[in-house]
Design a protein around this ligand. Structure first.
Ligand code: AHG
Ligand code: MN
Ligand code: MN
Length: 335
């Protein structure tokens, strides 16, 4: 159902039956994420004020207000998901290890685990530029009722049941997929409700935007360098436009709407790349594929990678189908 202007709450209920293993549990989980997103949105929106209050209140022993926003976002998401007893395990970019969630009297019967990048684009927090939250949901592999193990978290991205992001931008949006297309909801802050504003989001097949940190150019491998030069060449619809916010969520969101490619390659400095497979690349790759785009880590599809560790980093190229395929041609010349 994609009735424009319905609320996210209505949308979740009306689409519950379309989930493959519908029992209402995933709906409740997405509802919990919706709530956490609103809480974090509230914190992000007053980020500048928190600094002022923090400075003014140095003698105040309430340290919480002075916490960095990414730590705060991490806490809010984990608290919301834990308090609602909706998942059996959480892994976060901000935590060294995964968290196993047990109820007081018995092991949870919950099936789902969540992985989060609570605040993406941290370097933009202090300068009032868009940041985001990324989430990724899997069914556990180990038996329900037992403590989760690392194996539950180290699943290839193609096993994802749902994934999405919140972008705290000029308006706040929650964009997600449960494997049946991508839908975007915009928060009306006056009443605290998300409305379906972008039904069935899709990357245009061709795009004219390339997003990469060109400051690292000299360290990139030759295939990437050649592709960047290709983007800059004067021919046909080129040169393309360069746009890089430095916040994956925001760069991805713009590229999905306008058509473009995002690149975070490995380099002579960072041999694995920078972005984290489990918290950033997999959820964005799932969204990209569901929105008619592509996501690769080099030769391979991101969603096929078998993770080896929780905080694994991989090269990441993602966006409009024809742009990613063209980039792949350049990469393959050097393999
Ligand atoms: P995070 O803030 O969660 O650590 O992620 C930052 C990521 C990503 O959002 C962004 O695109 C990229 O790092 C920017 O890295 P550079 O500053 O190296 O370009
Ligand atoms: Mn991030
Ligand atoms: Mn982060």
């Amino acid at each position: 159902m994609t009735r424009k202007n319905c609320t996210l709450g209505e949308f979740i209920i009306e689409n519950q039956d379309s989930f493959q293993y519908s029992s209402g549990e995933l709906s409740k989980l997405i509802n919990a994420i919706r709530l956490a997103a609103k809480v974090v949105n509230h914190e992000v929106n007053k980020a500048g004020l928190v600094d002022i209050l923090g400075a003014a209140g140095e003698t105040n022993i309430q340290g919480e207000d002075q916490q960095k926003l990414d730590v705060l976002a991490n806490e809010k998401f984990i608290q919301t998901l834990t308090n609602r007893e909706i998942v059996c395990g959480i892994a976060s970019e901000e935590e060294d290890d995964f968290i196993s969630i047990n109820s007081n009297d018995q092991q949870h019967q919950n099936k789902y685990i969540v992985l989060i990048d609570p605040l993406d684009g941290s370097s933009n927090i202090d300068v009032n530029v868009s940041v985001g939250t990324i989430f990724s949901i899997y069914r556990r592999i180990t038996p329900v009722g037992t403590p989760v193990t690392l194996e539950d978290f180290l699943q290839p991205g193609k096993n994802q049941v749902a994934a999405g992001y919140v972008v705290y931008g000029t308006s706040t949006m929650l964009v997600y997929t449960t494997g049946d297309g991508v839908n975007g909801f915009t928060l009306n802050p006056a009443i605290g409700t998300f409305y379906l504003s972008h039904p069935n989001m899709r990357f245009p097949e061709d795009g004219r935007i390339y997003s990469v940190n060109e400051g690292n150019y000299v360290h990139f491998h030759q295939g990437v360098k050649d592709y960047i030069k290709y983007c800059q060449e004067e021919e046909g619809d080129r040169p393309y436009t360069s746009r890089y916010i430095g916040s994956l969520v925001s760069d991805f969101h713009r590229n999905m709407i306008k058509g473009g490619i995002y690149m975070y390659p490995k380099s002579s400095v960072t041999e694995e790349g920078k972005l984290r497979l489990l918290y950033e690349c997999n959820p964005m790759a799932f969204l990209a594929e569901q929105a008619n785009g592509l996501a690769i880590g080099g030769k391979n599809r991101i969603l096929d990678i078998q993770p080896k560790e929780l905080h694994q980093r991989v090269p990441f190229f993602c966006g409009s189908k024809n742009m990613v395929l063209k980039l792949q041609e350049f990469l393959e010349k050097y393999h």
